[in-house]
Design a protein. Structure first.
Length: 305
């Protein structure tokens, strides 16, 4: 996949927000952060050098900040291909999306197609179409890597949001996009760079796990590996922000760092009455532009309160 030339290094400052494009995620993704941007906004560092987001998903935080030196990645090849096409080929993508229709039989026809045999634009168009018309906007694949979410039966989904796609394309200009494991994606992050980590969440219980947004599940061993990467980046002097579930494991893994609690309403569930506010953590290694390691909630705290 071709890569853009390095943009001129310009440190990010919150004042740049006045110049950003009014862009938002063009796909719905499990654990999306759009609803949390208001409580997150005071937590972002006011200035930093480069920006890394190795669990890109819907990219709500990137589209909110739009830093000029962004390195965006995910392990989901179909997702990163869609970002690449939106960035570089948005008009042909729009033409392709216009041809899709919200019909059950057509949906399953498109779902059954092999993206490996498509052009980059066709693959991106297929992903966005399925995302807009599948059940609950869910992305899920089976062990063979095949998308297997049923038809959503929406009355009038906006399959081709032309203005939204063009705005997203403008915001993505100059970004670096790649398919990569999170550790590889941040391997060259340096002091003063801001790294936002939004991994698949550690499950609240044995029935709440949803980590199969790529072919490989995000296991407890991956959570521990991520915590090691977090501490290594902290030693380098990177500015770090991590989102995850409010569980004993996560509180233990990030003991010693500043931990903020936020509430989010999670809508991706097959049972409507179970969709409601849940407590989440934001783990930071800075405060007010200075590095700080404050003690967060203890592992023994009653997590039901």
């Amino acid at each position: 996949m071709p890569e853009v030339h390095d943009p001129q290094l310009v440190a990010y400052n919150l004042q740049l927000a006045k110049l950003r494009v009014r862009a938002s995620p063009f796909v719905k993704w499990a654990g999306g952060k759009t609803q949390l941007l208001i409580p997150y906004a005071p937590l972002f560092p006011p200035t930093f050098n480069r920006y890394y987001e190795p669990f890109l998903g819907g990219g709500a935080v990137f589209f909110f900040l739009q830093p000029p030196n962004s390195f965006l990645s995910d392990t989901n090849e179909e997702l990163i291909n869609a970002y690449w096409v939106v960035r570089d080929w948005v008009e042909p993508l729009i033409e392709s999306l216009r041809r899709h229709v919200n019909d059950r039989d057509y949906y399953y026809f498109i779902r059954a197609q092999d993206p490996a045999k498509m052009t980059h634009i066709e693959r991106a168009s297929r992903l966005i179409f399925l995302n807009k018309t599948c059940y609950n906007g869910l992305y899920r694949v089976n062990r063979d890597g095949r998308f297997n979410v049923p038809f959503g039966r929406y009355r009038n989904p906006k399959i081709c949001d032309e203005e939204g796609l063009r705005a997203a394309s403008m915001a993505l200009q100059g970004t670096h996009l790649r398919v990569a494991d999170f550790a590889d994606a941040v391997a060259d992050a340096q002091a003063g760079d801001f790294v936002y980590l939004d991994p698949p969440y550690h499950p609240l219980n044995s029935t709440s796990s949803f980590t199969s947004y790529a072919m490989d599940d995000f296991k407890e061993s991956d959570q521990r590996r991520l915590a090691e990467v977090y501490r290594e980046l902290d030693r380098r002097g990177c500015l770090l922000m991590l989102s995850n579930s409010y569980t004993p494991l996560i509180l233990d893994l990030y003991r010693g760092f500043r931990i903020e609690i936020v509430e989010a309403r999670r809508a991706i569930s097959s049972v409507g009455h179970k969709r409601g506010p849940v407590r989440e953590v934001v783990v930071l290694n800075y405060e007010g532009g200075r590095y700080a390691k404050n003690t967060g909630p203890s592992v023994g705290e009653d997590l039901r309160s």
